[in-house]
Design a protein around this ligand. Structure first.
Ligand SMILES: [Fe+2]
Ligand SMILES: [Fe+2]
Length: 219
């Protein structure tokens, strides 16, 4: 299979699996309960911080120049998302400067991504797949914000954050086409991508069962 064929196939498989991330539960924003825009934005802060840090770690330990530069841009983008979300939280009455999203440690998806040794696996998992998940989750979150009457948070995601995450995903597609050129590389990439989706699904189920949280944004 050529690299282009492989990426097209992986994309189709991922899209089919991503439909499972869409919860059946209808959108029911709770003004005072756990499922509020503020609580979901706190989850978003952790996601953005982890996305910033994994891209930064890989930037240092990845040799291929185009990937290094893509990761450098991603570090900046994810850190900017963190700041914008923190500012939005401030406007909603939550002081994010006193909040440590890593107080309970890094999450399992971060821990998994941090173990990936090769560039093709990193690009497949961290950019091509994780950012595809983000596109789906952010679309759900935008709908959630609109249902909650929070047009400003919806606009932040629709106009600023979502286009960046889409760019990261497309960058992942381009890089993967240049990296997934052998059977071995394609197998490794497919494995890393699948594990990323599994972890995202497990995390979503845990969040749903534990705190009733769904529609948390991704990055
Ligand atoms: Fe982000
Ligand atoms: Fe991103």
């Amino acid at each position: 299979m050529t690299a282009d064929e492989f990426v097209a196939q992986l994309d189709a498989q991922n899209r089919a699996l991503l439909e499972r991330l869409a919860p059946d539960a209808t959108l029911k924003p709770e003004v005072a309960g756990d499922l509020s825009v503020v609580n979901l934005l706190k989850v978003a802060l952790k996601n953005e911080l982890e996305a910033t840090e994994i891209a930064a770690r890989w930037l240092v330990t990845t040799a291929e120049l185009p990937v290094k530069l893509a990761l450098a841009r991603q570090v900046g983008d994810e850190a900017r998302h963190y700041r914008l979300i923190a500012e939005r939280l401030g406007a909603l009455g939550f002081v994010a400067t006193a909040f440590d999203p890593l107080a309970k440690g890094y999450g399992p998806l971060f821990a998994y991504l941090d173990t990936l040794p090769s560039t093709v696996e990193r690009v497949a998992a961290g950019q091509f797949t994780r950012e595809a998940i983000a596109i789906v989750k952010n679309r759900q979150f935008i709908e959630f914000c609109e249902a909650a009457g929070d047009e400003k948070t919806a606009a932040l995601y629709r106009e600023v954050i979502e286009p960046d995450e889409r760019h990261h995903h497309e960058l992942g597609r381009t890089l993967l086409r240049s990296l997934a050129t052998t059977v071995g590389a394609q197998e490794a990439a497919a494995r890393a991508s699948r594990r990323t989706l599994e972890l995202a699904e497990e995390l979503q189920q845990q969040a749903l069962a534990g705190a009733g949280i769904h529609h948390a944004p991704g990055c």
